[in-house]
Ligand binder design. Structure first.
Ligand code: ADP
Length: 490
């Protein structure tokens, strides 16, 4: 049995802005099911206590340079037996809304201080200096918000092994040089071999340089980030650490995303009762005020409205969609300009396109169940969850040939000779035309309901539960422990 401290800045259902929260809410539970002693540590955001009961205060920390006490609160991850330690420091975390940006969408001014404080608290707990009487074997850090923890732990004489997972290299936690001094970090960490990145402080480099093992959330993305196209200037370092870098595809929370038992659906269904999927399409068309028509191909998109997700490729096609037997439903929020463009296009093409701007969990389930096709033309995608939900719900994914999308979808080949394994359509390049071509292919195949149901069945029979991925993480922890014990030998 391993003792694992799992550090994350967002954990479903306590706080979520994206896929990181899904992973942080599900992987620890899967590890616990494999009988490991896993405890989550995250910031005590004010909003957490709007949804759940107040937690018990179990320890306090005094950190040099931090005014007042930091409390460690404890509660269970809702619906599970996994313990969550909440780092409670109201000046840093007691504010409503998004954990990273203010209501204008601008990063909180003190993000470096907030997440440095979080990392320092993680280290105190990891070294059993918080009085919890528990010493983990492994600290599993996730994304830049936790990046300083492996850097700080590295200088301890005895320490747990460290694993750092990159969920999205596009977000690196870069701050001006002066912040390094403000944070009071050890001088030796200011170097290009440590946290310095072109005269800026890089939180993510703390994880990449110092963790015993690094991984990303798909094998393909682990390879991609070692190239200039996807590496943001970190490709050299990532290549250098290539023998410690691997990829493990995310699982999905198969309780929350189970079409056989999904309270949000008009009609629940499983692979044994696929016919019961049918009523979800007219229900969705009606809910979005689209003509109820079983013959058109209903396309769906759910995601953050940002460049990464390729929503601009979809937007570029909208005028052409009027001439095809398709309808399109978009659910998303993000870039305000993209939001307005989508709303305008939806009003100009109201018989084919509808959009819902906002974050809506219920609608996201209904779209996965009611759509025939799910569009995910991301420019890059570390893993991606929506295409996995689509496979499980029988919405055929059309995806770009990148990252976790390429690792999780099997393309229908030109001759339709692989219909025993194919699960979707993969774009041949990143462009509106390439997306259009795959939509046309899907329309063609939809005419042959026999072939179409084979695709649905293939996708629905894939296992995307966390169990195999959690076992892969255990192997990764074991490798990290081996590396750490070699590193600490005199
Ligand atoms: P990322 O983490 O890059 O945002 P992922 O595909 O890994 O992308 O995960 C996104 C998660 O957020 C999924 O669970 C998805 O369903 C959800 N999501 C994104 N936007 C919305 C929205 N507007 N409404 C409901 N759920 C959303």
């Amino acid at each position: 049995m391993l003792k694992i401290l799992f550090a994350s800045s967002e954990v479903q259902p306590l706080m979520k802005t994206g896929g990181l929260a899904d992973v942080s809410g599900a992987l620890p539970v899967a590890l616990k099911n494999l009988r490991h002693d896993v405890r989550i540590i995250m910031p005590a955001y004010g909003d957490i206590f709007k949804k759940t009961k107040r937690a018990q205060r179990i320890a306090a920390l005094d950190l040099p340079g931090i005014a007042g006490e930091i409390s460690i609160l404890k509660k269970k991850l809702p619906g599970t037996s996994v313990d969550v330690y909440l780092v409670d420091y109201p000046p840093a975390f007691q504010r409503s809304g998004n954990p990273y940006v203010n209501s204008e969408g601008q990063p909180w001014r003190d993000n470096a201080e907030r997440f440095a404080l979080f990392c320092r608290s993680v280290c105190e707990v990891a070294q059993d200096r918080a009085g919890l009487n528990w010493l983990p074997d492994v600290v599993h850090c996730n994304d830049w918000q936790t990046g300083l923890a492996p850097a700080l732990l590295q200088s301890e004489t005895a320490r747990p092994a460290t694993v750092f997972t990159i969920h999205n290299l596009a977000y690196q936690g870069l701050f001006p040089r002066e912040i390094f001094d403000v944070l009071g970090l050890p001088d030796q960490l200011w170097s290009p071999e440590a946290l310095e990145f072109h005269n800026q402080l890089s939180f993510i480099k703390g994880g990449i340089v110092f963790a015993d093992r690094i991984n990303t959330v798909s094998p393909r993305y682990a390879r991609e980030i070692q190239t200039a196209e996807f590496g943001y200037g970190l490709e050299g370092l990532l290549k250098h650490r290539g023998n410690k870098l691997s990829g493990i595809l995310n699982g999905i929370d198969d309780m929350a995303w189970n079409p056989a038992d999904d309270p949000h659906l008009k009609s629940t269904y499983s692979i044994e009762t696929i016919a019961q999927k049918k009523p979800n399409k007219p229900a969705l068309q009606a809910a979005f005020d689209l003509p109820v028509n079983p013959d058109v191909l209903l396309l769906g998109f759910i995601g953050r409205l940002v460049g990464q997700k390729g929503i601009d490729l979809i937007i570029s096609l909208i005028p052409q969609l009027d001439n095809l037997p398709v309808q399109l439903i978009v659910l998303g929020a993000g870039d305000h300009k993209l939001e307005r463009t989508l709303e305008e296009l939806a009003s100009q093409h109201s018989a084919t396109i509808k959009c819902h701007i906002g974050y809506d969990e219920t609608l996201s389930h209904q779209i996965e169940a009611g759509c025939d096709v799910f569009l995910m033309p991301s420019r890059f995608e570390p893993c991606g969850l929506n295409q996995l939900y689509s496979l499980r719900y029988g919405a055929i994914p059309i995806v770009n040939n990148v990252g976790g999308l390429a690792d999780s979808v099997t393309d229908v080949d030109e001759q339709h000779s692989n219909l025993d394994i194919a699960t979707g359509f993969i774009m041949k390049q990143t462009s509106g035309t390439a997306l259009y071509n795959q939509i046309v292919k899907a329309i063609d195949m939809y005419q042959d309901q026999n072939k179409w149901s084979r695709l649905i069945r293939n996708g629905m029979s894939r296992d995307f539960s966390w169990t195999p991925s959690a076992a892969d993480y255990v192997s990764l922890y074991e490798s990290a422990l081996l590396d750490q014990s070699h590193a600490s030998k005199p």
